[in-house]
Design a protein around this ligand. Structure first.
Ligand code: PEP
Length: 246
């Protein structure tokens, strides 16, 4: 049985006072039946760790370097994230694939670096609107996941996958529960074929999840929770989504 997971992706939003208020709101609404986590900008990791350390809410980052250490100006290693108590690192978010030209192999290397340092990578996959319209959704997400499977081998059972159709991220346009479930079912089959433990992997849906559509999405058999962008920035909305998961 997979327990549900809801992860807030703050992206490049926040300020120290706004974060304190948001975290206080999330903490005040405990307990949650689902596992809850927030992935925050790097500079806020210390304060987030301090605010959440005594709770069961987990935290993480939105990226990590594929390298262990060295002359990689601007990068942050998975080992550094582990020092701040991170549980999760998002890798391969579509915004990083699009704006930083991150390809499947690099994303897989980042996932491997995260695992090697005790973090759980949240590996994002998803098709663009043009790819969906061309009937290429299955091929694209299968290729993206295969890169992680090839690199990680049996350890793929330790990752979290996030299916995030690019056309649904930040657009207000959500995949229908049936559309999302169809892709999740395929990803699940691919994970099962790759690992005897593939059934354990949680597959999150992301893309304009809101309090009013979360329950139906999370009710699908292969949707194990959500990766939440915009709606994770308002405590009331994020709390409602976390409650819809459990
Ligand atoms: C995301 O950034 O991962 C995301 C799903 O964003 P939003 O919920 O705003 O669509």
């Amino acid at each position: 049985m997979r327990n549900k997971l809801v992860v807030g992706n703050w992206k490049m939003h926040g300020s120290r006072p706004a974060n304190a208020e948001l975290l206080a709101g999330i903490l005040a609404a405990r307990p949650y039946a689902a596992e809850v986590a927030v992935c925050v900008p790097f500079p806020y990791l210390g304060e987030t760790a301090a605010a959440l350390a005594a709770s069961d809410i987990r935290w993480g980052a939105q990226d990590c370097s594929a390298h262990e250490q060295g002359a990689y100006t601007g990068e942050v290693s998975a080992a550094m994230l582990a020092e701040w108590g991170c549980r999760y690192a998002i890798v391969g978010h579509s915004e990083r694939r699009a704006y930083h030209a991150e390809g499947d192999a690099l994303v897989a290397d980042k996932a491997r670096a995260a695992l090697a340092n005790g973090l759980t990578p949240i590996v994002c996959v998803g098709e663009t609107l043009a790819e969906r319209d061309a009937g290429r959704t299955e091929e694209v997400v299968a290729r993206q996941l295969a890169a992680a499977i090839d690199k990680l081998g049996e350890r793929v059972a330790e990752i979290v996958v996030a299916y995030e159709p690019v056309w649904a991220i930040g657009t207000g346009r959500t995949a229908t529960p049936a559309q999302a479930q169809q892709v999740h079912r395929l990803l699940r089959a691919q994970l099962r074929a790759a690992s005897g433990l593939g059934d354990r992997v949680r597959i999150l849906y992301g893309g304009s999840v809101k309090p009013d559509n979360a329950a139906e999405l999370f009710g699908q058999p292969d949707i194990d929770g959500g990766l939440i962008g915009g709606a994770s920035l308002k405590a009331a909305d994020f709390v409602a989504i976390c409650r819809a998961a459990g």
